[in-house]
Write a protein that binds this ligand. Sequence first.
Ligand SMILES: Nc1ncnc2c1ncn2[C@@H]1O[C@H](COP(=O)(O)OP(=O)(O)OP(=O)(O)O)[C@@H](O)[C@H]1O
Length: 573
Amino acid sequence: MMKLMRYIKPYGWVALLAPLFMLLEVAMDLLQPRLMASIVNDGVTAGNLDHIVHTGLIMIGIALVGLIGGVGCTVFSTIASQRFGTDLREALFAKVQHLSSRTLDRFGAGSLVTRLTGDITQLQQLVLMVLRMLVRCLFLAGGSIIMAVTISPKLSLILLVMIPLLVVFLIVTTRATVPMFGTVQKRLDSVNTVLQENLSGIRVVKAFVRGDYEERRFGEANTSFRDASMRAARIAALNGPTMALILNFSIVGALWYGGALSKDGSLPVGDLAAFLTYVTELLFSIVGLGGQLQMIAKAKASADRVNEVLDARTGRDAGVAKAAAAAPGRGLLEFKDVSFRYGEEADGETLSGIQFRAEPGQTIGIVGMNGAGKSTLVGLIPRLYDVSEGAVLIDGVDVREMEPQRLHGQVGMVLQQAHLFTGTIRDNIRFGRPEATDDEVEAAAKAAQAHEFIVGLPKGYDTELGQRGVNLSGGQKQRLSIARTLLTKPSILILDDCTSAVDLNTDQRIRASLQSLMKESTCLIIGQRIASVAHADRILVLEDGRITASGTHAELLRRSALYRNIAASQEGA
Ligand SMILES: Nc1ncnc2c1ncn2[C@@H]1O[C@H](COP(=O)(O)OP(=O)(O)OP(=O)(O)O)[C@@H](O)[C@H]1O
């Protein structure tokens, strides 16, 4: 938790002012019972009205000063906690942008959402609470003890029993609840994961009329979250009544012993009343501290989860920018005995012994059955994942040693699933090169065979897309994502089966324009359709993560049974 303190540092002075103002408020609060005792002892008992009025006015003045303290503390603690939360959220979001795909897979989107929202809010609340309530309770507890002892050291002996009892009780309950809060947050992750999957796939759910099943799935995650929360809450619920019991016993004890002291004249009645007020204040402060300990325990679970992401390896860790000074690349791509497995514990390799070379300007096709490892193979080039063994080289430099900006500037990838963002069509095409001119955007759209349908829309390139571009067809989205990549003018262009939803004629036209536009680039094309790769200079046939054949279309028809089968199955299609 201390590690996160660095996010409060920039607002150190604000964070310091809050407890100072609180100190003012507490000091004023502590004076009130003493003044009240003075009114009782020297005013009411002695029948001195002047003293009552005079002291009453002082009490009002003190209350006003206390008010300034309270308001000041609220203002400064709110500023500090809000800014802390904002900065931490930004830092965590920035970190998520740089996490390796492996790490992203490990956390899962649902859990990251909980960490970015619920966990950070919890920590923000903690900062607010520490600067306001924790400080108040500590000051009030310390001040009440001092005031009680100054009134009657003898009567204060009662505190020697009461305080240890409370502290032991608090430690025991806090220890019991700390691990429970971690579980509660994990269960909340599951709720978010189900929710997120459901919302992003709501059309599938509707199409399969699986609303009931989804409700059950959500219900299970939700119930499990509730049960974990209830377990933690049950222990936390013990706090209030137990504390009240100890408070009442202490007051009865103080009244009994204090009454006796008062009777023999060693403790004025006003002082006894003030003593009781201080004991009550002290107990409430300790009860408050108990609640705050619970909150710290909750926040500790959140801090661990936030730190886990902040400390996670980024996709760039392995990279040392040795290639930064290298000359601009031409796009020579080499796979040297590459093996890859997802996750350390994954049994079996997804790719093994991959070895090939693609010269600048060459087009390499990749074919294979579903799950053969085609997407995995091309994902190693822009370092979506890093190789387990071997190396991927671009212009002779290991991709892991390339400056990320440079690597991503050189490698353009159109993914299998077109993902667009909220914004205009123009913004979406410009995503990889915000400085591109309108003419360049249009040229890229033309090459991707998207221009025609874009200008057919009422607002053309300024058409707003909803989340994920829901107002476009699958093939239109694919064409926009091709245009987006073409605009970056990569020296290595990867097309991962990205025309699957585009009709055959348009697919052909896209290929023709790519051939002329990208003739200097190295192109890797994954295609389910043989027609998409038949024109390639070389085609790799991938089977179970291994290249089992390579050659031109004509050569493979002779040499590879798998290739022949795939081609035969598509004839006339
Ligand atoms: N993120 C991941 N984590 C773990 N395993 C994965 C992951 N992505 C893919 N795999 C597994 O790796 C294997 C290769 O998948 P990949 O997506 O590379 O195949 P593909 O040849 O592109 O398939 P398709 O033609 O269906 O797109 C599959 O068995 C798949 O289950």
